[in-house]
Design a protein around this ligand. Sequence first.
Ligand code: GAL
Ligand code: CA
Length: 347
Amino acid sequence: MPPFVFVGGGLLLLMKEVILLRKVFVTALVLVLAVASCSFADGVKIGSCIYRFNDAFMLRFRNAMTAESEKLGAEISMSDGQDDQNIQNGQIEEFLSSDVNVLIVNPVDRMSSQGIIDKVKAANIPVVFINREPTPEMLATYDKAYYVGAKAEESGTEAGNLIADYFKSHPEADKNHDGKLQFVLLRGQNGHQDMILRSKYSVEAIRNAGIEPVEVAGAIANWDKVQAMNIMNAFIMSIGPENIEAVIANNDEMALGAIEALKANDYNKGDPAMYIPVVGVDANASALDAMTRGEMLGTVLNDADGQGSAAVKLAVMLAEGKDVSGEVTDGKYIWVPYQKVTRGESK
Ligand code: GAL
Ligand code: CA
C-alpha cells in the first residue's frame, strides 16, 4: 500500500478508494499509538514529596526524576515540604485523595516514615522512599514500600580516603608534626543516615589508612552552606586556622560554606602555605568549580541522575502492577553507587 495518495498527480484514485485508504491508515495509526501508550507509562500519575526544594543536591535529583518521567511518558507532580514534617504530611494526604497511582517520598524526618507508610498502606498505593532511608522494620510493615538511595558508608569511606591520601602525599599538611590529623567535622541534619554514616566512615577510613584522626571541633550545619560558613568562622576564631589540618563536610554545600570562611581568613586562595584541605560529598557543579579553582580538595559523586531515574522507573512499574522482584535487592532496595571525584576530573 502506498504511504501517500496523489490526487490529480501521476496517480489517480477514485474517491471511494481514497476514503478506504484513509480508514486503513487511521486504524493503523490508532494501533501504533495504543502499543506506544502501553510501553510508555501513559496515564501513570506520580506524586512526589520532596523534603525541601531549596537543596542543591535535591534539585539535581528532582531534575532527574522529571527527565525520566518525561522519557517514560508518566506524569509527575512534586511538592515542597519546606523542611517541615507537618507540611509534608498534609501534602501526602492531598496526593492520596487525588488520582495519583504511586508516591515517591523524600521524608523530612526519616524517623517519621512509619506514619507515612501507614497512610499510604491504608490507601493501597505503592511508595518509593528516596534519599532519607526508613528503617528496615518500617519498610517491612508494607509490601508495597521500597527505598532507592546510596550506601552512605561508601561516601564516608571515599571522603576519608581523599583526606588520608592527601595527608600521606603532603607531609607539610601535618602542621604540628605530631603524626596525627587534627580535623573539623561539619555534619548534616541530625538523624539522617548520611550524616551518621558519612561521619563515622570518613573518620574510620583515615584511621584504617594508618593516621590517627583527632576531631578538634565539630557541629551540625544541616547540609546548609550559610550555617556551615558561620560555624567554620567561629571555629577559626576559637581554635586558630593553624591548628586545623583538614575539614570533612558531610556534603558539598557545607564544604563550600567552610571554604568561604577560610577564604575570608586568607586561606585556600592559592598560597600553598595557607591551605587547608576540604572534602565534601555530592559532586555538585559549584563544588567541581571550587575544585578547579584549587579551593577544595575533592568530593564524592552522589549520583542524582542514577537515583532519580531508578526511583521513577520503579514507581512506574509498581503503578502498572508489574513484578519488581528482579529490580530490587533484599525485596526492598535499589542501591546506586558513589564515585570518588578528585581535582581536575569533571562529572
Ligand atoms: C544527601 C546529600 C545532601 C542533602 C541531603 C538531603 O544525600 O548529600 O547534600 O541533599 O541528602 O537529604
Ligand atoms: Ca597533626
